[in-house]
Design a binder for this molecule. Structure first.
Ligand code: OFO
Length: 163
């Protein structure tokens, strides 16, 4: 595999693990507010990000590439309100989508058909990731932003929305 693609995928493994860190951080924020449904949802999202990183690592391994793991930044987000992490999730997923698209474009430029095919899975996954993040924010704005029972029900629903 071309070094340019190896570098990009090593970086992507790092970014996926950073996503996990970020979502663990958000999960902790909600737990500190006694919103156990949101806590549980973001914890599962963090696990999913680790799986995304593992999938890339496995692909490099299967392609007979020796790769290195890069240091993961610490998320330093202090959130002003309950809505801020939901907004941050959308922005972060858009950023991850741009990184995935770049890997796809470089694979195309180089003519690495196998990597292009492999990364296609992530292209579709990112559509889902962005949609889900937007749905959560929309529901929060519609039903939960004023607190009280609306927030209670929203938190309960989101907590049971994924196993
Ligand atoms: Fe790995 O999809 Fe979110 O970041």
């Amino acid at each position: 595999m071309e070094q340019e693609l190896i570098d990009l995928i090593e970086t992507q493994i790092n970014k996926e693990l950073y996503s996990a860190y970020l979502y663990f951080d958000i999960a902790e924020f909600y737990r500190s507010k006694s919103l156990d449904g949101l806590h549980s949802w973001f914890e599962k999202q963090a696990q999913e990000e680790i799986e995304h990183a593992e999938k890339f690592a496995e692909y490099l391994h299967d392609s007979d590439v020796q790769f290195k793991l890069l240091p993961i930044d610490a998320p330093s987000n202090k959130f002003d309100d309950l809505r801020a992490p939901l907004m941050l999730q959308i922005e972060h997923e858009k950023y991850v989508t741009s990184l995935i698209h770049n890997i796809y474009k470089v694979a195309e430029k180089i003519g690495d058909i196998a990597t292009k095919n492999f990364v296609s899975w992530y292209v579709s996954e990112q559509i889902e990731e962005e949609k889900t993040a937007k749905d959560i924010l929309d529901k929060y704005d519609l039903f939960a932003k004023d607190g009280g029972l609306g927030l209670y029900q929203f938190d309960k629903d989101i907590g049971s929305s994924r196993k």
